[in-house]
Design a protein around this ligand. Structure first.
Ligand SMILES: [Zn+2]
Length: 381
């Protein structure tokens, strides 16, 4: 049982804004409104306390991939991201054979039921060969609703999101099926036109998978998916804020159009996140990581990132010039709401899980608390 704690003296980011010299009370695994008598006091002067980060698109880390490997491997990846402040993580798969994916969903769903993962995101195989990125072309297929259904069944209610190229045959029916089952239909790895994207949004798609990446560029005669995804308020856009996937001006454009409540920072991380350069696999494909940038050995496509969300946080405030409050929305509140988890995570409010990150004045992680227990215990003084 986690001991009760009173964290005081920090700049605390609440849904209502930043509170100077704020206080967060942790009773057991939850945030509480008042302090129990036996609570341990912790002075966090000079630090920030922000909600734990929620990553809705993440393929692995710490040398481990969520698409293959054992339960222990998956947990190692999850733990690596926890050390960097991600207290809620949806595991993403990459394109594979349907029966391999279904099997994988079985394994990952057990970890969701255990509380180690927050859900499963299927990225592929229902994506466009024109925008395949780091997915195996030979294994891509059209989004047949019956096959989408098979993956949902294999995930036993733990599927949170499916990324698909909605312009392909069966795409719109698949979007409708996902929406009916309360699973996010995410438009991505797509070659859709502007008009086709509008149709997919009308059919029920609500997320843009890593906006700008793996889709046609914005053009003045052919605005393509980006214009449709930016202008429609039903869409939340994922952004990989690592300085490699996006120019800062592209990020600013997205915030300008979407507002701070319709942007979610993701890592799209692969095995090398929190681990180091070297040779890796992304599903069946070989990836080389050099200076933190992951590229396919064959063809050189960018193959996911080595980002952790603490770096996305720091970059957002110190390079992109976003406020700490807006950064917290993009890293915690927005993805939590999208995933339907905002009754327990995504903000610092009494009754919610005691998931929080302690950052120093330079936005480096000094502490990570998950469900009331320290993953990284602050060393102060
Ligand atoms: Zn991905």
């Amino acid at each position: 049982m986690a001991a009760s704690k009173v964290l005081s003296g920090a700049r605390v980011v609440l849904p209502t804004g930043v509170v100077e010299n704020g206080r967060v009370i942790v009773d057991g695994t939850s945030i509480a409104g008042s302090a129990p008598a036996d609570a341990v006091a912790l002075d966090l002067s000079g630090h920030w306390v922000v909600p734990g980060f929620v990553d809705m698109h993440n393929h692995g880390g710490g040398g481990a991939s969520f698409s293959n490997g054992t339960v222990e491997d998956v947990l190692k990846g999850v733990h690596t991201h926890r050390l960097h402040g991600t207290t809620t993580l949806v595991a993403s798969t990459v394109t594979g054979e349907m029966d391999v994916l279904a099997q994988r969903a079985g394994l990952l769903s057990e970890l969701v039921e255990q509380g180690d993962l927050a859900g499963i995101h299927f990225e592929g195989p229902f994506i466009s060969p024109c925008r395949k990125g780091a997915h195996s072309e030979g294994l891509l297929r059209h989004p047949d609703p019956a096959e989408v259904r098979k993956l949902l069944d294999a995930a036993r209610g733990t599927a949170k999101m499916v990324t698909l190229a909605t312009e392909l045959p069966g795409g719109l029916d698949s979007v409708r099926l996902l929406a009916e089952h309360g699973v996010i239909a995410a438009i991505g790895h797509t070659d859709a036109s502007y008009e086709q994207t509008v149709e997919a949004i009308d059919a029920g798609a609500t997320v843009a998978t890593h906006l700008f990446n793996a889709m046609p560029a914005l053009g003045h005669r052919e605005p393509g998916p980006i214009a449709a995804l930016l202008e429609d308020e039903r869409i939340t856009v994922e952004l990989i804020n690592d300085g490699t996937h996006l120019h800062p001006a592209a990020l600013e454009l997205a915030f300008h159009h979407k507002g701070a409540d319709r942007v979610a920072f993701i890592t799209d991380a692969m095995d090398a996140a929190g681990f180091g350069d070297g040779l890796y696999h992304l599903g069946p494909l070989e990836v080389e990581v050099k200076e933190g940038v992951a590229r396919l050995v064959e063809g050189g496509s960018i193959a996911g990132s080595t980002l952790t969300l603490d770096r996305a946080f720091k970059r957002s405030v110190t390079v992109d010039g976003l406020s700490v409050e807006d950064t917290v929305r993009a890293l915690s509140a927005n993805p939590a709401r999208l995933l339907g988890l905002d009754d327990t995570v995504g903000s610092l409010e009494p009754g919610k899980d005691a998931d929080l990150v302690v950052l120093d004045a330079d936005f480096a992680v000094k502490g990570v608390l998950r469900k009331g227990s320290w993953v990284v215990e602050p060393e102060l003084g």
